[in-house]
Design a protein around this ligand. Structure first.
Ligand SMILES: [Fe+2]
Ligand SMILES: [Fe+2]
Length: 161
């Protein structure tokens, strides 16, 4: 059964969920560095594009989980939906940026799109890490947090107790 962290009362499983999302950010940061290094080292267009295709699939899965599971659960706890609207807009901006990298016709276009898109993505991650995720930890009820953790586990095919 789910334990609570004493007087703070955070669901143990839920803390693991936010930790899991943070862990995914960590993995993405490593991929960002790889793609940026390829771009800066004057890598081949095909290499940059294939690394971006892999990143885009993973990132889309992470963002979709936030959009379909985390955000709708969090919205009723917020005074307005400004922060969530901002996060959704940034997801769209990142998806569009990744498509620009994939569609780049030459290395110059690809490198420009890499720099712009990764800057937006890094800023977005920082906002989630500093504002949104802490807010989720504080505001969501024990039941909501457990439900989110289960949804994450189902999406990632991980079994959790
Ligand atoms: Fe996000
Ligand atoms: Fe995220």
């Amino acid at each position: 059964m789910h334990e609570c962290f004493g007087q703070i009362g955070f669901g143990r499983v839920a803390v693991e969920l936010i930790d899991a999302l943070l862990g995914e950010h960590g993995a993405f940061n490593a991929l960002f560095d790889t793609i940026e290094n390829l771009a800066e080292a004057g890598g081949q267009l095909a290499q940059i594009e294939s690394a971006t295709v892999a990143l885009a699939a993973e990132l889309d899965s992470h963002a979709t989980l936030e959009e379909e599971v985390l955000f709708p659960t969090l919205i009723p706890h917020l005074a307005n939906d400004k922060l969530i609207a901002e996060m959704n807009a940034e997801h769209d901006e990142i998806r569009a940026g990744l498509e620009r990298i994939e569609d780049a016709r030459n290395i110059r276009e690809a490198v420009d799109a890499v720099h712009q898109t990764l800057a937006v993505a890094r800023r977005h991650f920082r906002k989630e890490e500093e504002v949104l995720y802490p807010l989720a930890r504080q505001s969501l009820s024990h039941e909501e947090q457990s439900r989110l953790a289960n949804a994450w586990a189902a999406a990632r095919y991980v079994h959790i107790e």
